[in-house]
Design a protein around this ligand. Sequence first.
Ligand SMILES: Nc1ncnc2c1ncn2[C@@H]1O[C@H](COP(=O)(O)OP(=O)(O)O)[C@@H](O)[C@H]1O
Ligand SMILES: [Mg+2]
Length: 174
Amino acid sequence: MAFATLPLLLADESDTDALAQALALAWIQHGAPRLLVTLEGELGAGKTTFARAFLRALGVQGRIKSPSFSLVETYRIAIPDLQFKGTLQMPAYHIDLYRFSDPQEWEDSGLREIVGERGASLIEWPQHAQGLLPQADLSLSLVPSGTQRVGQLVAGSEVGMTMLNAVPERLKSG
Ligand SMILES: Nc1ncnc2c1ncn2[C@@H]1O[C@H](COP(=O)(O)OP(=O)(O)O)[C@@H](O)[C@H]1O
Ligand SMILES: [Mg+2]
């Protein structure tokens, strides 16, 4: 059941980066609970670009490869624990299901266990595991035209709703 849908208009890549940053910061401020974000859109829509900016905002340094060949790239993140003034150590997973030819591969991949643990998971091509993924906290879909992206953000949980509410006004359309 979706909580809310937000239409977006991203003029260029810096808007996509700004969207990812705002969402990542809202997640941290919410105490960084287990998170699943799904990313939909054709090849070149900007899914990996969004995921990179999201991971950067979580403090990931160095190269962020597209996981289209490796299936999953794992990062260790250390984010500020706003309640106890320390840091929270957890994994972040960047997953790309493009190469799945059958949703059953999701079950065989072991990704269900990974995504069910703590940390943040960003999944490109979630429709390639149609019906098998857990409910996403947030689903982003992107439709490209030039450098512009028409986007739609759907919140599927309370944390997703909190993140959706943190989207800067100027990125909203309509
Ligand atoms: N507004 C935008 N948002 C995201 N990417 C954009 C935007 N405008 C242009 N681009 C370019 O589009 C491409 C998107 O590629 P990528 O993020 O790998 O897409 P996907 O993972 O969806 O296949 C990149 O080359 C990026 O620089
Ligand atoms: Mg990609």
